[in-house]
Design a protein around this ligand. Sequence first.
Ligand SMILES: Nc1ncnc2c1ncn2[C@@H]1O[C@H](COP(=O)(O)OP(=O)(O)O)[C@@H](O)[C@H]1O
Ligand SMILES: [Mg+2]
Length: 269
Amino acid sequence: MEEVIQVINVYKSFGSQQVLKGVSLSVKKGELLYIIGKSGEGKSVLLKHMVGLIRPDKGKVLIEGQDLHELKGAEALALRKRVGMVFQYGALFDSMTVYENVAFPLREHTNLSEEEIAEVVKEKLTLVDLEGVEHKLPSELSGGMRKRVALARALALNPAILLYDEPTTGLDPLLTEEIDILIKNTRDKTGVTSVVVSHDVWSVIKYADRVAYLAKGRIEFIGTPKEMLESDNPMLRRFICARLDENLMKSLFNACRTHGTCTHCQQEL
Ligand SMILES: Nc1ncnc2c1ncn2[C@@H]1O[C@H](COP(=O)(O)OP(=O)(O)O)[C@@H](O)[C@H]1O
Ligand SMILES: [Mg+2]
């Protein structure tokens, strides 16, 4: 299968703080890959490398085989447009209507006519199951609807790759589920290669094709959700156990938190 993102031995420091220490990771075309890891481990820094917002100190990042930092002018711009990013808080323009928010990247980066723009906006809003809200302001929408608008806007330029930075952090369980399903449906309908940073282990188990665990500046594990649950990496086991509730753990591992020591992560309980 074609690899559309290749992160090759990437190092990145900020001052004396080494954040990424040799990260290598490939994402396949059309894949839904989750990246998990503790807060502050460098997940957002890794995503920003994939969209070209940060340049590695060492190593490289290839998008569809090309290095963003080696291209110039129109070629660099064209490659940048292949990668869309959905930020944690949606980052919609509050004073613009839903229509204007989704139309914004089209006005910035294309020469489409107003009629063509209207068509694309309608198509993208339909794709995320939002209709009849074009003339509302973001403040008039629910949290879930705002996320849908942000996604429609990210989809406006037909990216090959979509990166989501903690799209469900701070949301209640119902809305988390709604957004997880939206991400998966979007991938299923468009085939867009999707990378999701999340700390929600249950989302990973239900929706990920593969999952990468970032710890200590490296990818400590990569595999299917099933392989993740079976991994004997002690750090990963603790990470999982700390983030699943008791009933889920019992059903998954058959014993967690029922003895003095967790049989999965070996932690004292
Ligand atoms: N632009 C920056 N300048 C300095 N330090 C940064 C910058 N971006 C991230 N960091 C630091 O890098 C570390 C990893 O950050 P981040 O990728 O945001 O973690 P997370 O895994 O929670 O997304 C943190 O200690 C953060 O303070
Ligand atoms: Mg982050």
